[in-house]
Ligand binder design. Structure first.
Ligand code: DC
Length: 257
């Protein structure tokens, strides 16, 4: 099966991110910042804040894999009994992913074929199937290609699992995020509760552990720390503390040290 059998498009105002960040005043050198790590470590929250601070583009690469997964679920190409690979590959050309800026929320939202799926791609069901879809070589190849296109003009913060190892091996700053399983499960529990989703804490923990195993053990682009990535264990850090930490790293990079 050739990669060209399908096409995933992204169209967003990448070159003119709408965020006005404090750091943008003294920003000359545009950086690529790669944030990888385990699920539910707060990677996207962190990456989004860095992008706002620097007036950079933020791309949540996990949202791309989740969107492909949602499409497959709707077409019944994936369920608990298995995966219809032929079906998925035959329809991948019909999957169009857009990141559209919502000024009311001051955030980008993910669209699947012109439908806003930002909420739906975060559901437990999508979460339980996404590891399987993200293991497909054809899906990964296309996502990586798109991610590299988006990063061509630099000034980007991208979070995921393989950003520092595969997508942007020459990224200027690479962060590898981790936190204890209990802390991650607790954060996810609070987040789901706030969205009205009632799920047992132990079940969340099991899902997180299962995803770690799947992410670390898949054949293609498994989750691993790039040799030159800086580890951030945020188990006992607030978001503000993480921002202070990263700003120092960014300043050093910009000053050439
Ligand atoms: O970051 P997240 O939990 O939204 O990611 C969803 C899934 O997508 C996750 O289980 C692993 C996969 N993923 C990936 O394989 N590569 C990426 N760059 C980003 C996410």
């Amino acid at each position: 099966m050739k990669i060209l059998h399908y096409e995933v498009s992204t169209k967003t105002n990448y070159l003119n991110p709408p965020y006005g960040g404090l750091g943008s005043k003294n920003m000359d050198k545009k950086l690529i910042i790669a944030i990888d790590g385990y699920s539910s470590c707060g990677k996207s929250t962190f990456a989004r804040l860095i992008a706002k601070e620097l007036n950079y583009i933020f791309i949540d690469s996990g949202a791309m894999y989740r969107t492909v997964t949602l499409f497959c679920m709707r077409r019944k190409y994936i369920n608990i009994t298995g995966l219809n690979t032929t079906g998925i590959l035959s329809e991948l050309k019909d999957i169009h992913i857009d990141f559209v800026f919502n000024p009311d929320r001051n955030e980008y939202e993910t669209f699947l074929n012109s439908e806003n799926v930002e909420e739906e791609i975060r559901s437990m069901e999508v979460t339980s199937f996404v590891s399987r879809i993200s293991q497909m070589p054809e899906v990964r190849a296309r996502m990586v290609e798109l991610q590299r296109q988006i990063g061509v003009s630099k000034g980007i913060v991208m979070d995921g699992r393989d950003i520092g190892t595969v997508v942007f091996p020459n990224a200027d700053i690479k962060i590898f995020m981790t936190a204890s399983i209990d802390i991650r499960a607790k954060r996810r529990h609070i987040e789901l509760k706030s969205r009205g989703v009632n799920i047992d804490f132990e079940e969340i923990k099991r899902t997180i552990i299962a995803r770690d195993i799947a992410d670390e053990n898949r054949d293609i682009s498994p989750l691993r720390r790039a040799d030159d990535a800086i580890i951030l264990d945020n188990s006992r850090m607030t978001v503000d503390e993480q921002m202070v930490w990263i700003k120092e790293i960014i300043d050093k990079k910009r000053n050439g040290s």
